[in-house]
Design a protein around this ligand. Structure first.
Ligand SMILES: *Cc1c(COP(=O)(O)O)cnc(C)c1O
Length: 337
C-alpha cells in the first residue's frame, strides 16, 4: 500500500468493477455510462441539475418512481410538470417550446404504446431541450436512442441488464463529455454509488443479454399471438402484433419488440384469481428476469388510469409451451367460475 492509497485513492471515487461494467454498457448504447446505486439514483442524478422552476414534460403514465420523484419536487416548488400522452407525437412536439427537460419512455408502461422517438428527438424545436429516454424496457438490444439525438439514456439495470432479479443497479449513458463529467461529480458528492458486487453481477448479466433478450422476445411474440384467442382475454397490447395500433412505429425504430406484454381480463377479481391460479409464472412487480413475472398494475397507487383487469407479464426464459399451459389453465379457471 502506498501513502497515496493506490490508483483510485478512495472507494467512493471509482472502482475497477464499476469501470468494467460502464465500458461494456457504454459501447452497447453508444456513449459513456455512469453506474448508480439504482435506477432511481440514476434518474435523480439527471433531474438534480434542473434550475428552480424548470418545466419538465413527462409521460402521463411514466414509471411510478420517476413520477413520484418529480411530483415530490413539484410539491416543493422545484419544478413544474407537464404530463403528456407521449404516443401523441403532436402533443409532445407542441410541449417542446416551453420545456427544459423532456422525459421519454418507449414502450410505455404498462400500455406498451410506442413513442416516435426518432422524429421527436430530431425535431428542430427541441434545440435547448434536454432529452432523456428511459430505455429499461427496450434495452440497447432493440433501440439506441443516443444515435437518434437523445442527450442521455437511463436504465434500471435491476431489470434486463442484470437479468436475474438479484440486484439493484442503475446507469446513465451520454455521449456528451460535459454531461458525463457533471454526472460523475454528482455521483461522487451525493454518494449514490453502485455496489461492487452488483456491478460485477450486472457485467456478468450483460454477457448473456443478447441471448436472453432474443429468446424472451420470441416467446413474448408467441404468447401475445395466442392470448387473443382465449375467451377470457378482452384485449392484448404487444408492439410485435401486426394488429397492434403501434406496430408500424415499432417496426420503424426497434429491432425487436421487447418481452413485456399487457392484456386485459374482465375485472380486478378475475385478474387476481388468474394470478392466484398460476403455478409457473410468479406474481410480482419486477421485470426483466429469467423467470416470467406478472403484475396487475392497477393495484399500485398512482395507476388509477390503468384498466382494473390489466395484467403485465414480463416474459422469461421458461419453455414457451410451459408458459402457455400455465397461462391457459389459469385463464380458464379464472373465467369459468
Ligand atoms: C424499475 C424501473 C426503474 C427504477 O429502477 P430501480 O433500479 O428499481 O431503482 C426506472 N424505470 C423503469 C422503466 C423501471 O422499470
Amino acid at each position: 500500500m502506498t501513502s497515496s492509497g493506490g490508483a483510485v485513492g478512495y472507494g467512493r471515487w471509482g472502482n475497477p468493477s464499476w469501470t468494467a461494467f460502464e465500458e461494456a454498457l457504454g459501447v452497447l448504447e453508444g456513449g459513456h455510462a455512469i453506474a448508480f446505486a439504482s435506477g432511481q439514483a440514476a434518474i435523480a442524478a439527471l433531474i438534480e441539475p434542473l434550475r428552480v422552476g424548470a418545466v419538465v414534460t413527462l409521460p402521463a403514465d411514466a414509471y411510478l418512481g420517476t413520477r413520484g420523484l418529480l411530483s415530490d419536487l413539484e410539491t416543493h416548488g422545484r419544478v413544474r410538470l407537464r404530463p403528456v400522452e407521449v404516443t401523441d407525437t403532436g402533443a409532445v412536439l407542441a410541449a417542446l417550446a416551453s420545456t427544459e427537460l423532456l422525459w421519454l419512455e418507449s414502450p410505455t408502461n404498462p400500455m406498451l404504446g410506442v413513442v416516435e422517438l426518432r422524429p421527436i428527438l430530431a425535431a428542430p424545436s427541441r434545440a435547448g431541450v434536454t432529452t432523456v429516454v428511459d430505455n429499461t424496457f427496450a434495452t440497447p438490444m432493440s433501440q439506441q436512442p443516443l444515435a437518434w439525438g437523445a442527450d442521455a439514456v437511463v436504465h434500471s439495470a435491476s431489470k434486463y441488464i442484470g437479468g436475474h432479479s438479484d440486484l439493484l443497479l442503475g446507469a446513465v449513458i451520454t455521449a456528451e463529455e460535459d454531461r458525463r463529467a457533471s454526472l460523475l461529480a454528482h455521483r461522487t458528492l451525493q454518494g449514490a454509488i453502485p455496489g461492487v458486487m452488483e456491478s460485477y453481477l450486472a457485467l456478468r448479466g450483460l454477457r448473456t443479454l443478447p441471448l436472453r433478450f432474443a429468446q424472451q422476445q420470441r416467446t413474448a411474440q408467441e404468447l401475445a399471438e395466442r392470448l387473443p384467442g382465449h375467451p377470457a382475454v378482452t384485449s392484448v397490447r404487444y408492439p410485435g402484433l401486426g394488429s397492434d395500433p403501434n406496430h408500424d412505429r415499432a417496426r420503424a425504430q426497434m429491432s425487436g419488440f421487447g418481452a413485456i406484454i399487457s392484456f386485459v381480463v374482465a375485472d380486478a377479481e378475475t385478474a387476481d384469481r388468474l394470478t392466484g391460479a398460476l403455478e409457473l409464472i410468479v406474481g410480482g412487480t419486477s421485470l426483466g428476469g429469467v423467470e416470467t413475472t406478472i403484475d396487475r398494475r392497477r393495484r399500485w397507487p398512482g395507476e388509477e388510469a390503468v384498466p382494473a383487469g390489466l395484467l403485465r407479464p414480463s416474459v422469461g426464459l421458461e419453455h414457451p409451451e410451459d408458459l402457455w399451459e400455465d397461462l391457459q389453465h389459469a385463464l380458464s379457471s379464472s373465467f369459468n367460475v
